[in-house]
Design a protein around this ligand. Structure first.
Ligand code: NZQ
Ligand code: ZN
Length: 395
């Protein structure tokens, strides 16, 4: 087992009605003025925004609000938030939303403690030394950003979608009421479930020996998310299934399911970020559109892990060669994605791409990854192109 450090500082307040406590929680920390940051329309429409503002009013906490964060949040939106917070002397950022709002809040929080331009962090030109505290009222179980050290922003001028990781960005607290996710469209619920699965798999398909406890945690999480996703597909108002998925979402991306292993794959994520940076695509759907093509391209180089996944997670019978078992596991996960009405090819995302478009995706992805990425198999630009092409031609 490799050495590891596990840092999970976020206080989780989980369960029914917990969002009503947000004013009291912020007061405990002594913050006097906050930015309430939110997305397009859902938080207003559901009444959540009003409830949160009332909870702040009750505790005498001053606030400014800024909505309009769109899915795959943009740099220009983050800049608006930065200007507003500077002008208003905000002490913390409260993200009311899903991964996009949380990530925008994290970008703002870095920028308020930095003299230079916020994009420096995402372009790999600077490391944050300090950040304003971020708190979360989570409305979508998917990105795991409520506990993760990561934030992903799209530069709307260049269409580069880039992540920046720093423990400074781990939220101080996350209020997680699974009931708040009941207003989600079925498609977003499914996208979220698949993103959660992928965060676990990105830590699972790596080179090296098995890690028994960590693998058992990962496999338990995967089996749970698959079973509960199907319950939500058929019964979207099932509170317990919502709660299981929300809890799994946070654990899938705070690194618990990769501890004891230095390697991470994250190739499917990096390939996907180029797609949702350039096109209007939901992150979870981009992942399922690419995963099978990635898996079929790399599985022979990581055969023991793909075999283990097939047997332990997808319940493939132990019949035939290791390769045959591994392939059956890949087919089974793709079939699962399809059963949630998720795309398993780039065409199913509604994209019409030329060969040049596919090459552009590979070029952008390889340069971001400083030419190579992945652990299950190290991928270079030509490999990325082959995967994009396979994902586009998949029928
Ligand atoms: O904007 P509104 O109107 O709020 O609608 C949102 C949005 O359209 C809607 N929504 C959210 N909660 C809702 C709701 N609709 C009804 N009821 C609710 N309770 O859902 C749509 C998608 O929201 P978004 O926040 O974009 O989704 P998600 O949480 O999947 O976040 C995606 C972003 O996170 C990044 C992705 O790349 C993408 O940019 N990621 C961030 C990570 C991190 N920071 O650790 C890791 C991930 O791998 C991922 O890359
Ligand atoms: Zn993800």
């Amino acid at each position: 087992m490799d050495n590891f450090e596990f840092y999970a500082p976020t206080r989780m307040i989980f369960g029914k009605d917990t969002h009503l406590q947000v004013g009291k929680i912020i007061k405990e920390y002594g913050f006097k003025k906050v930015l309430v940051h939110f997305g397009g329309n859902s938080a207003k429409k559901s009444g959540l925004l009003d409830t949160v503002l009332q909870a702040l009013d009750q505790e005498g906490i001053a606030y400014v609000t800024l909505g309009g964060v769109q899915a795959n949040p943009t740099l220009s939106m983050a800049r608006q938030g930065i200007e507003l917070c500077k002008k208003e002397g905000v002490e913390m950022v409260l993200a009311v939303g899903g991964g996009s709002v949380i990530d925008a809040a994290k970008a703002i929080s870095y920028a308020l403690c930095y003299e230079g331009d916020v994009w420096d962090f995402y372009a790999g030109k600077a490391q944050a030394q300090k950040a304003l505290p971020v708190g979360v009222v989570l409305t979508l179980a998917a990105s795991g950003s409520e506990l993760s050290n990561s934030s992903v922003i799209t530069n709307d001028r260049t269409h580069e979608k880039r992540g920046y990781n720093s423990d400074l960005a781990r939220p101080v607290f996350a209020v997680m009421n699974p009931e708040l996710t009941m207003t989600l469209p079925a498609y977003q619920t499914a996208c979220g479930c698949c993103d959660i699965i992928m965060h676990t798999l990105e830590r699972y398909f790596v080179q090296g020996p098995s890690m028994e406890l960590t693998d058992a945690l990962a496999e338990g999480l995967l089996r749970t998310v698959m079973a509960q996703s199907l319950i939500l597909r058929d019964h979207p108002d099932d509170y317990d299934a919502r709660a299981e998925i929300m809890w799994a979402g946070s654990l899938s991306h705070n690194d618990l399911t990769g501890l004891g292993h230095c390697a991470r794959d994250f190739a499917t994520h990096r390939l996907e970020h180029e797609v949702s940076g350039l096109y209007d695509v939901a992150h979870g759907a981009g992942l399922t559109a690419l995963w099978g093509s990635w898996a079929r391209y790399v599985y022979k180089d990581c055969l023991p892990r793909f075999c283990r996944f097939a047997l332990h997670v997808m319940n493939v019978p132990e019949i035939g060669s290791d390769e045959a078992i591994a392939l059956k596991g890949i087919e089974a996960l793709e079939a699962f994605f399809a059963s949630l009405s998720m795309p398993i090819s780039l065409k199913e995302l509604g994209l019409i791409l030329s060969d040049e478009d596919l090459r552009t995706l590979a070029r952008m992805c390889s340069h971001t990854a400083k030419d190579a990425l992945g652990s299950a198999k190290v991928l270079h630009e030509k490999d990325m192109y082959t995967i994009y092409k396979a994902a586009y031609e998949r029928t």
